[in-house]
Write a protein that binds this ligand. Structure first.
Ligand SMILES: Nc1ncnc2c1ncn2[C@@H]1O[C@H](COP(=O)(O)OP(=O)(O)OP(=O)(O)O)[C@@H](O)[C@H]1O
Ligand SMILES: [Mg+2]
Length: 215
């Protein structure tokens, strides 16, 4: 399926600033007159938002594989109901997390390895084509900084089931991202997200300019 819109994903550990930066990206894209939608995973469409609340509920104990399958189910519905239709209309899609989050959190964090890739390749395959992002903008922070931001007073966000994982889990997640960047080099741009919000956005803007307005 041909489409002219770009599929751009914000990736990174908890508290790296993805949601904050997406707010700024929206303002920038509006100013630049880009036809876009902004969405998030897990969620973005009703059934996927329902799956999200099951995954993130602190009362729901579940195996790593179940968690992986739930994320993949939410991903597929979100892709089919929202992302693909937008891309087919030529819109740019800005998404808070996508497949690389599963490869890092479930693949490395939960140590499920290759099973996560197999499951997700099925989840992002529509009519024989796998829908990988045009670019993953990876916001890099250490777990210390990320978790400190999330737990800071007035962080404006509920603490969820994955936040409560041991520090070792979050360390594996970041290590996982760093490995994925080496493995899928062409799909990633890394931004140092320990910088100020303004500086992080300036770096992101450069990436967007070169993707959306080449030359
Ligand atoms: N560059 C920054 N410097 C300092 N604090 C920041 C920066 N960017 C975001 N924050 C703050 O850190 C907290 C987490 O940011 P945000 O919710 O955007 O992260 P996130 O990557 O979306 O996290 P999650 O993966 O948990 O959804 C917020 O309180 C936000 O205001
Ligand atoms: Mg967020």
């Amino acid at each position: 399926m041909k489409h002219s819109g770009k599929f751009i994903v914000l990736e990174g550990p908890d508290g790296s600033g993805k949601t904050t930066q997406i707010g700024r990206i929206e303002t920038y894209l509006r100013e630049r007159g880009v036809d876009f939608i902004s969405t998030r995973e897990p969620g973005g469409v009703l059934v996927a938002e329902k799956i999200r609340s099951v995954i993130l509920d602190v009362d729901n104990a579940m195996s790593g594989l179940t968690e992986c399958l739930l994320y993949a189910a939410a991903r597929r519905e979100h892709l089919m109901q929202k992302v693909l239709p937008a891309l087919e209309q030529g819109k740019t899609v800005i998404c808070d997390r996508y497949i690389m989050s599963s490869l890092s959190y479930q693949g490395y964090g939960r140590e499920l390895g290759e099973a996560v890739l197999d499951i997700n390749k099925r989840a992002i395959n529509v009519n024989g084509a796998e829908y990988w992002p045009d670019m993953n903008i990876y916001l890099d922070v250490t777990p210390e900084i990320g978790l400190q931001r999330i737990h800071a007073k007035h962080a404006g966000r509920e603490i969820n089931r994955l936040d409560l994982e041991a520090e070792e889990f979050h360390r594996r997640v970041r290590e996982g991202y760093l490995r994925l960047i080496r493995e899928y080099e062409a799909q990633f741009t890394t931004v140092d997200a320990s910088q100020s919000e303004d500086k992080v956005f300036a770096d992101i803007k450069e990436v967007l300019e070169s993707l959306l307005f080449p030359n």
